[in-house]
Design a protein around this ligand. Structure first.
Ligand code: NDP
Ligand code: OXD
Length: 312
């Protein structure tokens, strides 16, 4: 059985092959850019942003495996073989990394580290009059899936009053649940730090825009770690300049890398990180994918499949 890899470029292939030798010794692993005698031999494709039309050229694909949690980069290919299931790659490491990243962002926002970094850059000693505590900062997590649930749970355990918003109601210890468009206003009204961990879909495009920000308490903060398509950058900047938002930690952008002329780079209220909130190692991902392929070959149910009816 053959796995083709389109993730990390030709330079990443030897490492992938080394890890697959450990986790799936019988699996033949080739790279997207290597010549293949018979594309019909390929049963599995591990991909990140595959070129449009390429997946359709593999006639015997059994499973498309996203090299990350999101599948929007695969759905963007209009010619993708829609009958082939898509597996999302989410490991415990992904959830741990994401939870810690968001916890760090929420702590940094609570303690206003960005403000101190700005002051330091100009040599200004500016002692704040009050110190905010975790218990004062209500966090709201949009998206309570594999990553959102783990993140909300860690925030709640740390002491942040935490709520989540999803399509369907969620049951998570210590996390207040809000669901659907009808409960969005109440969720936003009680949120001082808004974390976005939604998938990138038509329904979530532009959700981090002026209408949403207007429903937050004045001076709320934003942590955007889902997809760049969620954020209307001009609205984030306008909300920051107007004081409706006080700070923003932004990890994902409509165009990546973030263009050098983006005003987000230099805004005093913004921390830009380079889409790095959760990136499990190739070792972790190879272990997960090897198990996925084993399950698929054994006819067992597969975890974390993309659901076309839901769109994520
Ligand atoms: P899941 O599919 O497990 O969860 C998605 C969550 O969003 C679910 O709770 C779902 O609701 C909710 N949701 C989806 N659409 C809507 C909607 N229209 N309204 C309200 N809620 C909605 O995804 P993951 O947790 O695994 O991953 C989330 C995203 O994180 C990924 O799609 C990816 O874009 C991003 N990501 C970013 C990384 C980074 O480094 N920045 C790394 C990894 C992932 P319900 O529970 O009812 O189904
Ligand atoms: C993912 C990502 O979807 O890294 O896993 O964004």
């Amino acid at each position: 059985m053959r796995l083709v890899i389109n993730s990390g470029g030709p330079q990443g292939l030897p490492e992938w092959q080394r890890h697959f030798r450990e986790f799936a010794p019988g699996l033949d692993v080739c790279g997207r850019h290597e010549p293949v005698a018979d594309p019909g031999d390929i049963g599995y494709a591990l991909v990140w942003e595959p070129d449009p039309g390429w997946l359709a050229s593999l006639p015997n694909l059994k499973l498309i495996i996203s090299s990350g949690a999101g599948v929007d980069h695969i759905l963007a290919d209009p010619q993708r073989p829609a009958h082939v299931p898509i597996a999302r790659l989410v490991t415990q490491a992904t959830a741990g990394e994401m939870s810690e990243f968001v916890l760090a962002a929420a702590l940094g926002i609570t303690k206003e580290f960005k403000r101190f970094a700005n002051d330091q850059a100009v040599g200004r000693w500016n002692t704040p009059e009050t110190t905010r505590m975790i218990r004062d900062m209500r966090v709201g997590v949009m998206g309570l899936g594999y990553l959102g649930a783990a993140t909300a749970t860690l925030l709640a355990r740390t002491g942040f009053p935490t709520a989540g918003w999803s399509r369907s109601p969620a049951r998570l210890a210590g996390v207040e649940s809000y669901a659907g468009p009808a409960q969005l206003p109440a969720f936003l009204a009680r949120t001082d730090i808004l974390v976005c961990l939604l998938p990138g879909t038509d329904a979530t495009r532009g959700i981090l825009g002026a209408a949403t920000f207007a429903q937050l308490p004045r001076g709320a903060a934003l942590v955007s770690v889902g997809r760049g398509s969620h954020m209307v950058a001009a609205d984030v900047l306008a909300a920051l300049d107007a004081g409706q938002l006080s700070q923003a930690v932004l990890d994902v952008f409509e165009t990546e890398p973030l263009p050098a002329d983006s005003p987000l780079w230099g805004h005093p209220g913004v921390i830009v990180t380079p889409h790095c909130a959760a990136t499990p190692t190739r070792y972790e991902r190879a272990r997960y994918v090897a198990d996925l392929i084993r399950r698929c070959e054994a006819g067992e149910p597969l975890p974390n499949l993309y659901d076309p009816a839901k769109g994520y």
